[in-house]
Design a protein around this ligand. Structure first.
Ligand code: 5RP
Length: 233
């Protein structure tokens, strides 16, 4: 069966977590888009929720689906966020940001009472790092930041590390919704994930990065036969 069917199954299972009156964080990417469309169908049947989109792409889709939108400024906190991921390990640590929305995704996830991550089976790995780690940086001084990240990754990666500035379909630097750039760092094997995350957290010029640690409460893995729901703890 295709990955897309597995994504759809995971999204269907996530809709069961939604309750009337909730404020929902709406993730970004193709798996999260399945969830937003299913949510839209429930809203048209009478479900009352308010959504906080994690990207302009998701905002446009949610509006099209007739989902009432709100903001973190108006709500202060979020009951449940449903989002996708690029990789998930057995400790529920994630790599996110393949779709370029990691900053808003992390802000919304960190303001949420509960975060459910929906993935297809191929996203589940023993060791994070096969998927290049996205690092969001400010454009000013990007060359210096790029060099600093390269040096840091030598400390936290085993073997060759390839880093590159993300480009769009026209070969121009990819610009995020918050007008930053993204550097993608491909590891052979990532070592000391928490150490890498905290070093990136404190690096000047880095806005945020795609390592999501202690932010996933429930993992929903879509499979050919349905979906498995795993709760952390
Ligand atoms: C966007 C993300 C996405 O959740 C991640 O890239 C997964 O995308 P998809 O569901 O399309 O595989 O982090 O920034």
């Amino acid at each position: 069966m295709s990955k897309d069917v597995q994504k759809q199954r995971a999204a269907e299972a996530a809709v069961d977590l939604v309750q009337d009156g909730m404020v929902l964080g709406l993730g970004t990417g193709s798996t999260a888009a399945h969830f937003v469309k299913l949510l839209g169908a429930r809203v048209r049947e009478g479900l009352q929720i308010r959504g906080i989109p994690t990207s302009e792409q998701t905002r446009i889709l949610a509006e099209k689906e007739g989902i009432a939108l709100t903001s973190l400024g108006d709500e202060g906190k979020v009951d449940l966020t449903v989002d996708g991921a690029d990789e998930v390990d057995t400790a529920f640590r994630l790599i996110k940001g393949g779709g370029g929305a990691l900053l808003r995704e992390k802000i919304v996830a960190s303001a949420s009472d509960h975060v459910a991550i929906i993935v297809d089976e191929a996203k589940c790995v023993d060791h994070l790092g096969q998927f290049p780690l996205p690092v969001e940086v400010v454009p000013f001084g990007v060359r210096v930041t790029y060099q600093r990240i390269t040096e840091l990754l030598g400390v936290y990666g085993e073997g060759e590390v390839n880093i590159r500035l993300r480009t769009d379909q026209f070969g121009e630097p990819y610009v995020t919704d918050s007008e930053h750039l993204i550097i993608d760092a491909a590891f052979n094997k990532m070592t000391n994930i928490e150490g890498l995350a905290s070093s990136l957290d404190s690096m000047t010029g880095v806005v945020d990065h795609g390592l999501f640690i202690d932010l996933c409460d429930t993992l929903i893995i879509g499979s050919d036969n349905g979906a498995r729901k795993l709760d952390k703890n």
